[in-house]
Design a protein around this ligand. Structure first.
Ligand code: A2P
Length: 391
């Protein structure tokens, strides 16, 4: 897919970087105050005796010089400690965060999306339009969210050409049987008002029997290859650009990819947040060339308040002059994952798109804080469905 130019992406801290990079005084200025040889050589007593008439004026000059040097030193030293963390770290940061990641197909998937899970009908359309106005070019949706028609309408009303927006949808559990996939994909396409989706994911590694709410089809759950083969066919047919998985752990990924796949999974969309950072999965996915997408990146509605109050994050936000939400969203992209913050609030939608590379020491600090406590999931239907999804 041709992807829109990066002009849509604003990086808040560029101005911070510009401001702070020019402001530090060279260390040598601070450590080596200027030497005035005549001052050192003149003996105070001699000076007074040989040039008494000039003494009052020279004394004033010397006092003024001492005051100026003192003031400069004071300002430099007091500002230096605060500025150093910013400036030194900014220099380490090197470059901006990626606007997009490259998939096995060669397509570029935008790194920040608007997530529309739990975006209420009547609000989701406006949220999509606000997002597109603010530069988002990626909407992460699903058939199961029940809002694809409103999302589609907003996409059309935005006036942005279809090929400039990345649209993701997902195959619900009840439609894993090969014969059921194309009809439900067509339903999504029709609601979204498009003839293809950029990405289509197996929503959960759990298949339900047709026309049941949560009665597990163990054959298709244990062996998702027939489902995958049908998705490959739909890629060939042009209705889907890329196929992927969601909520798959390493064992389930390997169970799928041990088959002779024609198209390998482009992404795995999983819950990733401060509370559930999954460092092993992040590492494994990187090593195996599988891009992760982070859902509930702010801890989801029920924990977002608590997430934004984490002391380490508040500290980092203060240092960088950005918001805690921006720290988290930046952190996710810097971890090498696509991030899908959900919001229906215009100011938050705008805020969430303005991200920046965290200086390495601050990134490390957040990574350590996130991975030092017991992981907790926000989303886990295992019990309800009678499947241990994570094993
Ligand atoms: P709302 O949609 O009412 O704006 P997650 O992306 O982890 O699932 O979190 C979604 C929750 O976080 C929603 O309740 C959303 O509220 C809220 N939220 C999204 N962005 C922000 C933000 N920048 N500041 C505070 N809350 C936010």
């Amino acid at each position: 897919m041709a992807f829109p130019s990066s002009k849509h992406y604003n990086y808040l801290p560029v101005s911070v970087l510009e401001e702070t990079e020019s402001s530090p005084r060279p260390r040598s200025d601070l450590e080596a105050p200027p030497k005035y040889s005549h001052v050192e050589e003149v003996d105070e007593l001699d000076y007074a005796a040989t040039r008494p008439a000039k003494r009052p004026e020279s004394w004033k000059k010397a006092a003024a010089l001492i005051l100026i040097v003192g003031a400069v030193l004071y300002l430099a030293v007091s500002g230096f400690r605060n500025a150093f963390e910013r400036i030194g770290s900014m220099r380490c940061s090197g470059h901006k965060l990626p606007n997009s990641f490259t998939l096995p197909s060669g397509d570029q998937i935008p790194s920040v999306a608007l997530g529309v899970w739990l975006a209420e009908k009547g609000k989701v359309g406006e949220a999509v339009k606000t997002a597109l106005k603010n530069g988002y070019r990626h909407i992460d949706g699903a058939w199961a969210y029940g809002n694809e028609a409103e999302v589609g309408e907003a996409l059309r009303e935005s006036g942005i050409p279809r090929k400039e927006v990345w649209i993701t949808s997902k195959l619900w559990n009840a439609f894993h049987a090969p014969g059921d996939i194309e009809p439900v994909l067509d339903e999504s396409l029709s609601k979204l008002g498009t003839d293809y989706v950029d990405l289509y994911l197996i929503h959960w590694p759990v298949a339900f029997k047709k026309d049941t709410d949560n009665e597990v089809d163990w054959n298709l759950t244990d062996n998702p290859y027939p489902t995958w083969q049908k998705l490959e066919e739909l890629v060939e047919k042009g209705k889907i650009r890329n196929i992927g998985i969601s909520n798959f752990n390493i064992r389930r990924i390997q169970n799928l990819t041990s088959n002779p796949l024609k198209v390998r999974p482009a992404v795995n969309q999983v819950e990733l947040s401060y509370w559930n950072p999954q460092p092993e999965l992040v590492k494994w996915s990187k090593e195996n060339g599988l891009l992760l997408e982070a859902y509930s990146p702010l801890g989801s509605a029920e924990r977002v308040k608590e997430t934004l109050e984490v002391p380490e994050v508040k500290k980092i936000a203060k240092i960088l002059g950005i918001t805690p939400a921006q720290v988290y969203i930046s952190w996710h992209v810097q971890r090498g994952t696509v991030v899908l913050p959900k919001s229906v609030t215009p100011s938050r939608i705008e805020e969430n798109f303005r991200i920046t590379r965290l200086p390495q020491p601050l990134f490390d600090e957040l990574e350590k804080a996130a991975t030092s406590h017991k992981p907790e999931r926000s989303v886990d239907p295992s019990e309800r469905w009678g499947v241990d999804i994570w094993n």
